[in-house]
Design a protein around this ligand. Structure first.
Ligand SMILES: [Zn+2]
Length: 201
């Protein structure tokens, strides 16, 4: 069941993994989900290295986190509550990507939000890329902190001392935003490192 959605998750993971968006090649950090209508989501399993991930490993859960279809021996992502929260609060969002991409991670340890720097990026990411305050990975508290921020209508967020969260009306949009965020975060970090005043839009 839900082969198309599982394939969307798997393909997105491999695309991100191949380009270093998860921070390591050998680890299983980060997670990806897509919404299935208004009731379910397809989400990555916990702790499976991306190089070993198959279609059957992708888990189907309802938005309360209950297992609908999970392969024996697999556990859904520890961030399942975070993903479900996004789908409950933002009805237009059908894909959710959490990465450990490098330059967004640099911003995640700075006490600063990313201001609007390029019009192309701002229209995709949101006017400001705001930081969601720190909470332990996989905790209910992290999902609650995400819930309190994503009302702003933006599609990209920094998770403090952790990584990034990208939302999409399609998986393609979420992947594009991961790329755009990395470009903007890189430019922002390099610009900050000059010590000169930054021009914003
Ligand atoms: Zn993470």
């Amino acid at each position: 069941m839900y082969e198309r959605e599982k394939k969307n998750v798997l393909d997105a993971c491999l695309w991100l993994w191949d380009r270093g968006f998860f921070g390591t090649r050998r680890g299983a950090g980060g997670n990806v989900s897509v919404r299935i209508e208004d009731v379910y989501m397809a989400i990555t399993p916990s702790g499976v290295p991306y190089g070993e991930l198959t279609l059957e490993d992708i888990c189907i859960l309802d938005l309360e986190g209950n297992e609908v279809e999970v392969k024996k021996g697999r556990t859904p992502s520890i961030e399942k509550a975070l993903h479900a929260t996004v789908y409950k609060i933002r009805p237009e969002i059908t894909a959710c990507v959490h990465t450990h991409q490098t330059y967004a991670s640099v911003v995640s340890v700075l006490e600063v939000d990313i201001p609007p720097l390029f019009d192309e990026a701002s229209s995709e990411l949101g006017q400001m890329v705001e930081t969601i305050p720190y909470a332990l990975s996989g905790s209910r508290e992290l999902a609650q902190k995400v819930a309190s921020k994503i009302h702003n209508g933006a599609f990209a967020f920094i998770l403090q001392n952790h990584g990034a969260l990208l939302l999409g009306e399609s998986i393609e949009k979420a992947l594009l935003r991961a790329e755009l965020l990395e470009k903007v975060a890189q430019v922002f970090c390099l610009a900050l490192s000059t010590g000169k005043k930054i021009r914003t839009l």
